[in-house]
Design a protein around this ligand. Structure first.
Ligand SMILES: Nc1ncnc2c1ncn2[C@@H]1O[C@H](COP(=O)(O)OP(=O)(O)OP(=O)(O)O)[C@@H](O)[C@H]1O
Ligand SMILES: [Mg+2]
Length: 252
């Protein structure tokens, strides 16, 4: 099961990623959680110890040089396009319970064809995680999904797009939906967060013209969430979302 979580800045992508991760782990599943946001804070939100050190993949310069055969940050013509990566999750992920957490770091832009060594490495690792691993893989994205790229995104089973009841977040949903459809992502799933009242739900429904899969209220228990106990209705909503995602996947 390979899930990516997207949406406008600050809507609750990381919070939803963490809640879902804990929900899968509670069921005894193994999860690889990937912080694909350069401004990484998934470790904190998942409740990892504050002093945990996660070196983002793009900063493992010696490893990238060894595997890709070219120095990160330097333009070069010759390097391996399919470096070995299958040992990386076990060697470099930080672990807690049944969670392996990795961070990608800042991926250099430069057009879809940008073949900098660190981007080659990130793409290869994402492909490996999305195609070859048995674990649940959940990606906490930065706003926008462009950097997933065509090659990788078609292996995402479900793209969750988190929205709050604001026009800008609805616009971002619609933009992401179009982009994701163009990229070949089959299932795009709206998750409403920070809902204060029924007006908020209505506004989102009208703005996105599709069913909302999960409605999370605005609540103090999720303000600066770091893995603690959440309200019962939040736990239920996340549990139902997880079950729906699993069912939808099984029904193909
Ligand atoms: N349902 C909620 N109720 C109250 N606070 C929430 C809720 N969901 C998220 N928050 C808070 O809103 C802030 C933003 O949430 P979060 O970091 O998960 O968003 P994000 O989309 O990942 O942001 P970014 O785009 O910066 O990565 C955090 O302080 C978080 O604790
Ligand atoms: Mg975030």
């Amino acid at each position: 099961m390979k899930i990516a979580v997207s949406g406008k800045g600050g809507v609750g992508k990381t919070t939803i990623t963490a809640l879902l991760t804990h929900s899968f782990v509670k069921d005894g599943l193994k999860v690889i959680a990937i912080d694909a946001d350069p401004d990484a804070n998934l470790a904190h939100t998942l409740g990892f110890p504050e002093d945990v050190t996660i070196t983002p993949l793009v900063e493992l310069k010696d490893l990238i040089k060894e595997r890709v055969g070219a120095e990160p940050g330097k333009a070069t013509v010759y390097f391996k396009m399919n470096p070995k990566v299958d040992d990386i999750p076990d060697k470099f992920a930080v672990k807690k319970d049944n969670i392996k957490l990795m961070a990608m770091g800042t991926i250099r832009r430069g057009g879809s064809g940008c073949a900098c060594p660190e981007n080659v490495m990130v793409r290869q690792l994402l492909s490996h995680l999305l195609i070859q691993r048995d674990e649940v893989v959940i990606l906490d994205m930065e706003a926008g999904i462009e950097h997933l790229g065509r090659g990788t995104s078609r292996f995402v089973d479900q793209l969750l797009v988190v929205l709050e009841p604001t026009n800008s977040s609805i616009q971002t949903f619609n933009r992401i939906k179009k982009l994701a459809t163009d990229l070949g992502i089959k299932k795009i799933i709206p998750v409403a967060n920070k809902i204060k009242n029924s007006d908020g739900i209505e506004r989102i429904k009208k703005g996105i013209e599709s069913d909302i899969w999960c409605i999370i209220p605005q609540t103090d228990s999720l303000a600066d969430y770091n893995g603690g106990v959440v309200d019962e209705n939040v736990a239920n909503e996340i549990n139902n979302l997880k079950i729906k995602l699993q069912k939808e996947l099984n029904n193909g």
